[in-house]
Design a binder for this molecule. Structure first.
Ligand code: COA
Length: 276
């Protein structure tokens, strides 16, 4: 896939995406949003063909992402209400498309993830952050609100942290981000790539269709009463047990052998487990 503001590269079954506007700290405007949406569509198609099993999203330069492009947003004052709604819906669709990817998505955060940048972290399944990275739902400091990202951010950090952080717009540390569920691993900058590779390795030893089904199960079960969830969960596990993967995984365990889907991280001889 060729992009103007993104750099995408594949290493075997691992798709690496870099937000590539470092001069504005990878802030996203309508063009970046369109490219990210197209990228997610492409990854979905490649995943369906079994070509991609994991995606890693990072940012070029010092910062992961400074959120929505303030210059672009300030211009939207000239838009009609209909144009503004269309623009916001496109941004919402972009986050939704990444959130619903059938492969695990790892966020690699250095520097800062602010506003929509924190929203991007929220649509990743696993977020690995440098210990000096800063996070913030900073929108209210600019007179706007974290609206489009709120479903994804709330699902990660919950209502209590959101009431503090959405309302103050305060910046917070990677350790705090981990405490509230936005980040999963905090490591020194020099160990970011090793920690990401550790997660990639974990995903490559898990069955790809099972991983996709487990990912889809979470929003499907979340918030439902047990009586509604129970038939959904029973159907989901019954399907997996009789699936080719389920049979292969159970048989491989009993035969004491590696299941057929298990792969090593490409280009990595030794993957350290640096998760903390
Ligand atoms: N939109 C557009 N441009 C942005 C931007 C954004 N969200 N964030 C940073 N930039 C631009 C700056 O205007 C600056 O442009 P210039 O070189 O033409 O002056 C350039 O990126 C570098 O920013 P600067 O602040 O000098 O870099 P820094 O490394 O010291 O700090 C940040 C980086 C991200 C911490 C800081 O720019 C910042 O706080 N940005 C606002 C983030 C934010 O609140 N986003 C929420 C948007 S809803």
């Amino acid at each position: 896939m060729d992009f103007q503001f993104l750099a995408a590269r594949r290493e075997g079954p691992v798709e690496h995406l870099t937000l590539n506007r470092p001069e504005v700290r990878n802030a996203f405007n309508e063009h970046v949003i369109a490219e990210l949406t197209a990228w997610a569509r492409g990854v979905r198609e490649q995943a369906a063909r079994g070509e991609v099993r994991v995606a890693v999203i990072g940012g070029a330069g010092k910062m992961f992402c400074a959120g929505a492009d303030v210059t672009w947003m300030s211009k939207t004052v000239q838009y009609t209400e209909e144009e503004n709604l269309r623009d916001a819906a496109a941004m919402s669709a972009m986050f939704g498309a990444i959130d619903a990817l059938p492969v695990p998505v790892i966020g690699r955060i250095q520097g800062a993830a602010l506003g929509g940048g924190a929203g991007l972290a929220a649509v990743c399944d696993v977020v690995v952050a440098a210990d000096d990275a800063l996070f913030g739902f900073t929108e209210v400091k600019l007179g706007i609100i974290p609206a489009v990202i709120s479903p994804f951010a709330l699902a990660k950090i919950g209502r209590s942290a959101a009431r503090e952080l959405f309302l103050t717009g305060a910046r917070f540390s990677a350790v705090r981000a981990r405490e509230i569920g936005l980040v999963h691993a905090v490591v020194p900058s020099a160990e970011l790539d090793g920690a990401v590779a550790g997660y990639v390795q974990d995903f490559l030893t898990a069955a790809p269709e099972a991983v996709a089904a487990a990912k889809a199960l979470i929003p499907n079960v979340w918030g439902r009463p047990f009586s509604e969830a129970a038939p959904i969960t029973a159907a989901a596990i019954a399907q997996r047990r009789v699936s080719k993967e389920g049979q292969e995984g159970l048989r491989a365990f009993l035969d004491k052998r590696t299941p057929s889907w298990s792969q090593r991280v490409p280009n990595t001889e030794d993957t350290k487990d640096t998760k903390k």
